[in-house]
Design a protein around this ligand. Sequence first.
Ligand SMILES: Cc1ncc(COP(=O)(O)O)c(C=O)c1O
Length: 367
Amino acid sequence: MSNTLPSSSAEKPTQEPNNLHDLTEPLIDHTEGQLFLNETLKIIIEEVLSKGTDIREKVCEWKEPEQLALLLDLELRAAGEPQHRLLQRVKDVAKYSVKTSHPRFMNQQFGGVDYHSLAGRFLTESLNTNLFTYEVAPVFVLMETEVLRGLRQLVGWTEGDGLFCPGGSTSNMYAMNLARYRLFPEVKTQGLWGLPRLTVFTSAESHYSVKKGAGFLGLGTDNVIVVKVDDGGRMIPSDLEEKITLAKSQGAVPFLVSCTAGTTVQGAFDPLDHIADVCEKHKLWLHVDAAWGGSVLFSKHHRHLMKGVDRANSVAWNPHKMLVAGLQCSVLLLRDTTNLLKQCHSASATYLFQQDKFLRYQSGRRG
Ligand SMILES: Cc1ncc(COP(=O)(O)O)c(C=O)c1O
């Protein structure tokens, strides 16, 4: 029998096609799935969260790649596997993975486990949501708005903009794109061909994403001018000023200084106040890559390290580093109140942002 639907209501099929599912029946077996999830959670709590944070246990059951590939038996098969086998696989994943919340695991990316943060992640994963629009994620859109407001307040801004990004590198690249757009808005529609040689200034100790961003955005990595650092790894403002003047004398157009608050290797904080003076004098966008060190803004004792951050145009901050939020959690904060982010990045998808929607709250990806 044909499985095609009848072409008109007059030609009713005599029999239901047998591949149509009755929509009043569940599509998948939730009971089985939830039993499996319960067993998986038990393994996670025991192997990852209990043993994985116990100082007497290993950080990792280390194996060389070939040996690990054999142990894990990763071949993709056409047929499924029984639950007991899948649970064994869950155990193996836990066993052979690095326990990043272990007290002996030290790395600038990770701050350990916070159980409330983890519960939040389980919740968002289970809700399987995304900040597309208010209609699809009302709770999270409001949360993002409020968290951005609170973080901006720590920077020292009562107004502004921002959004959560996939990581610190992306936050830095967004800032670079916004800085260029502010100076040359036509770049969005006309592309690069009409632009002069634009230059970015950053310290020798800054994160590699500054160069990477310049490559991605068509600025060219050679146009990232490296400013000298002092013995503590901090950008030297006088060298910055000299290099800006030199670039201008060579016909280039400086547009962005990307400072670092907490350099990846040394943890140095660039002198933001002095650098802000230079940026104001030369009318340059000041971006602060505070992916690593931004969390000092929570500390009465250490926030002086970022003195002058309120004079920046943008700040990138990764709460997954020192604030114990889960990976990846990165935010880009902006002092701008002119809707620059939306003008620069929106593609105005009409099917998404219709007039009957809560446009004021489309905070997520900015149209
Ligand atoms: C100073 C600094 N900026 C940017 C980044 C990049 O962040 P992400 O790994 O989230 O892209 C890092 C990462 O370690 C960093 O230390």
